[in-house]
Write a protein that binds this ligand. Structure first.
Ligand code: TNX
Length: 560
């Protein structure tokens, strides 16, 4: 059971967070109103849209108190079976035992099997729903996990309830064959501008998993805070982590906190991408170690929201010792292949010094055995084996990035005017930015990652990522308000075949997720362009009511 398996009714919110508590209670009421009557789910009602859907209306399956989950005797498959059963038990109240079988057959329940199916790739799955049972097949445990997420969406919205609901648990009959379009499908959480504790991050991981995203990029350092303990430079976290935007207390992850985040993500087939932003966005590091500053003087902490003023001295050898120590420790703590070095908005470092700095840091990353990722500002630097640029431009014309791609770089697409989840939805959105424009759900959805940057061919596109910068985002509810419903839009761009791209169809499928989010206690923006079900009362998270205070950490500490 993970953090998002708990509903607000179960939260123990202290009195000093009235706005959050109010929001949670309103969401719970909304959920109650939504449970009857259930809207029938169709086999194609899945976000992101599956590659192939073949409904068979005569083949519905009903999950009952007698159903079991059958898995092949393999630890990784059993783990997916246990996760699926844990998702389905609270609302159904069914025991759903997980049983080993050499050749798992549905036999009135759900069977999970690894099969030799090259066509499904590393993350694809096949899901068959028939009257005598449900079967999910995949070539990998990740594929089974994504199949389980689809199964969850095919049950009535009440499946999101944390407590038993009297419901007929019908799954629509037919079969789905599905696999992702892009290998990299991510979201970024900026934990530097405002710090988010481990329970909040685990809950974000659950949100990613629902929509088959497979990378969580953590923006761990910035001017306002350094958020990860580094043994060789301890003051980075203890001094550099003690502030955030505004007057909040900041905070940082211990090495064990970070390991816990990484492990929780891995159980959900999500890779953590840690970012140490260099050479700019380093004011917090300078407050901890003045020796890194160009004038060798440690500045006072910065709690504003400007960018581009800070940098570590690229002419000092001490800087490279610092970079090697930090990246070495982060690499050792991180099982995934990526190390993100930032590189954005170092306005005060001259171009030649900047390129030389990036090239040297790219070599340091290579020495750790990881593959370097950087914001697309690192494009002018020389190529490094496998390097990936994260593109956040707003025009689709970027000859410098296109040239880096010709020299071998691959691209993660995060166009500021489509994928930036810190942009406001509309002029009256109470939090967020608008420098890249307003991003309503349609704008988040209507673009093609494979054909977005001129001169960058589709095969150079590794995937998509939706970043959430948090200068004005201060609480879990606010994170969710900015995520939903745009995160599913970006997830669909990353997963679904281009042939499935269809705003009208997406909007209709997405609408069915409102009741799911309400039932699960997830705050969201009731975007006017989405036809939310008629029985949906004005959701709790209308712009006027989202809490502006930070909720208490651990308010819904996960049991995992
Ligand atoms: C630009 S996008 C930044 C961030 C800000 C963001 C606000 C990028 C790589 N850098 O430092 O938080 O704008 O939207």
């Amino acid at each position: 059971m993970g953090p998002d398996d708990r509903a607000p009714g179960h939260l123990d919110l202290p009195a000093h967070a009235p706005a959050a508590a109010e929001l949670a209670r309103a969401a719970a009421r909304t959920a109650g109103d939504l449970l009857a009557p259930p809207t029938p789910v169709r086999l194609g009602d899945v976000v992101p849209a599956p590659e192939l859907v073949a409904p068979d209306p005569a083949a519905d399956f009903v999950l009952t108190a007698e159903s079991a989950v059958r898995v092949s005797a393999d630890d990784a498959v059993r783990a997916v079976g246990e996760q699926l059963a844990a998702l389905l038990r609270p609302a159904t109240g069914f025991p759903l035992p997980v049983a080993d079988a050499t050749r798992p057959e549905p036999a009135g329940g759900i069977a999970l099997a690894l099969v030799d199916a090259a066509d499904l790739g590393a993350e694809g799955y096949r899901l068959d729903v028939a009257p005598d049972g449900v079967r999910i097949e995949a070539a990998t445990p990740a594929g089974l996990f994504f199949g389980a997420q689809t199964l969850r969406q095919l049950l009535p919205a009440a499946i999101e309830s944390p407590t038993p609901v009297a419901e007929r648990w019908t799954l629509p009959g037919g079969s789905i064959t599905d696999r992702p379009r892009f290998a990299y499908r991510g979201a970024m959480l900026d934990v530097a501008r405002h710090f988010f504790g481990v329970p909040d991050v685990l809950r974000v991981i659950d949100h990613l998993a629902r929509y088959k995203l497979n990378h969580l990029h953590l923006h761990l350092t910035d001017d306002q805070g350094w958020r990860i303990a580094v043994d060789s430079w301890p003051r980075l976290a203890t001094v550099g982590g003690a502030f955030e935007v505004g007057d909040g207390p900041g905070g940082h992850y211990t090495r064990d906190d970070y390991r816990r985040i990484v492990a929780y993500a891995a159980q959900r087939h999500i890779t953590v991408v840690p970012e140490i932003d260099l050479p700019g966005h380093t004011h917090a590091a300078l407050t901890a170690y003045g020796e890194l500053a160009p004038d060798r003087v440690a500045p006072a902490p910065y709690t504003g929201a400007e960018v581009g003023f800070s940098y570590v001295d690229p002419a000092s050898e001490r800087t490279y010792e610092f970079v090697a120590d930090v990246l070495g420790e982060i690499a050792a703590l991180t099982p995934g292949p990526w190390l993100h070095i930032g590189g954005d908005e170092a306005f005060k470092v001259l171009p030649d010094a900047y390129a030389a700095f990036v090239e040297r840091v790219q070599r340091i990353v290579a020495d750790t055995g990881k593959t370097v990722v950087g914001w697309h500002q690192i494009a002018p630097a020389g190529h490094a084996d496998g390097r990936v640029l994260q593109w956040w431009g707003t025009t689709g014309e970027d000859p410098v990035t296109a040239d880096a791609v010709r020299r071998g770089a691959r691209l993660i697409l995060s166009p500021g005017n489509h994928a930036y989840l810190d942009m406001k939805y509309a002029p009256d959105t109470p939090i967020g930015h608008d420098w890249a424009g307003l991003i309503d759900v349609r704008r988040a959805y209507d673009w093609d990652p494979a054909a977005h940057v001129a001169g960058v061919p589709a095969d150079a596109v590794l995937g998509v990522e939706a970043p959430l910068w948090t200068e004005s985002v201060t609480s879990r509810a606010e994170v969710e308000f900015m995520f939903f419903p745009r995160l599913p839009a970006i997830a669909e761009l990353g997963w679904s075949p281009r042939a499935a791209h269809d705003w009208a169809g997406f909007r209709d499928r997405l609408a069915g997720h409102g009741p799911r989010w309400s039932t699960a206690g997830i705050a969201f923006h009731p975007a006017p362009e989405v036809p939310w079900p008629a029985e949906q009362p004005a959701p709790a998270a209308s712009p006027a009511t989202i809490p502006t205070q930070r909720g208490p950490e651990g308010a819904s500490a996960p049991s995992a």
